[in-house]
Design a protein around this ligand. Sequence first.
Ligand code: HEC
Ligand code: HEC
Length: 359
Amino acid sequence: MFKGVVLVTVIFAFTAVGCEDGGGAGGGTPEAPYTSFFTPIPSDPVFPSENEFSEEKRVLGEFLFWDPILSGRMNVACATCHHPDQGWADGRAKSVGVDGEGLGPNRQGDLMTPFHAPSVLNVAFTGLESTEANAEFVSGGYFWDLRAPTLEDQALQPIKNVIEMRSTDFLEDEIFDEVLTRLSLIPEYQELFSAAFDEDEPINERNLAKALATYQRTLITRPTRFDRFLEGEEDALSPGEVTGLNKFINGGCADCHSGPMLSDNMNDQTRIVQRDKIAVRTPSLRNVELTAPYMHDGSVPRLRGAISLYEDRGDLEVTLGEDDFGDIERFLRTLSDPDFPRSIPAYVPSQLPVGGSIQ
Ligand code: HEC
Ligand code: HEC
């Protein structure tokens, strides 16, 4: 049954790099250096020149992210579906928004999003190709189908979405008037917006988006053992983990899962053929063990299942077997930062429950 799910999800065609004769993925050292496939995670977030960092924006963004006041029925916050207890995702195949109660897999409700919620950890680096990031860096896009060009643009979408936050109580073209009015009636938000944005009427859609984006860009993980290995510390990975890394490269995985995020963030139709005809982008594999279930539809419950999806089906030039999956899984687990940010505000200025109806 499990395999059936997997086959419906995605079919890949890719060529192997330095693949051994006989079809095995090969645990030997790849022909090119590791750093030609991957770069260490940057130590600081990247902020675009149109929305530079300020601590005032970050603080405002944090409150907004956790405050259900942004939702139609004041019961859903961004954090409802992007919660540190769930690796900043929601641990569900599909997310429950406006009619839900509870957190993560225990959340009850009938209306579900069409896609699985990704983690917002490290979104500052989405689409980054190397560590040499600067303010000119523009992400290749957000969401599984890349429909949001920037994090600022993305931040407004859940508020408009009828399943995620808006609810049928408000029309799409009413919801921002409603939310901005609510915010301007709360003195603490007036002060926070004025401190973050030096404008006459700072409480507007654009600044709401900028604050949310700034906060999210600060949610980054620290260098893992894998990053130290890339920086030349050879003992940072065990021999078994290096074998997994080699198989990951020799098996062709790094054709798409490359760069600091182990993702090229592309959704190339010609490369990815899916039975449901949606070209989804390559997800990051940072912290992948912490963000089950997997794939754009959340159809794969465990990491091993997500890897064994790439079992030889005749359309691949490499053959990956059970042993290879185990090795690759061992390597992928080195991409976790167990000490990722987890801070939760003690209150939100609306005095509503922090994170929405998640108790
Ligand atoms: C009801 C659950 C839910 C809520 C509430 C929610 N999200 Fe999401 N989020 C999702 C889902 C599902 C996706 C994937 C949607 C898609 O790709 O079409 C997503 C995607 C994202 C992404 C894109 C990540 C990436 O790697 O492309 C970001 C960033 C994000 N959400 C931030 C937010 C912010 C900010 C808020 C609040 C304004 C918010 N979310 C509210 C479920 C939710
Ligand atoms: C042609 C590009 C491409 C190649 C090559 C590729 N992947 Fe992927 N990978 C993707 C895409 C696209 C998805 C998302 C598919 C979906 O959601 O249906 C994905 C999803 C995953 C996931 C799930 C991540 C998550 O958070 O949901 C894992 C794990 C993964 N790939 C590992 C691998 C491994 C291991 C290999 C090599 C054996 C590999 N990938 C090769 C593009 C690729």
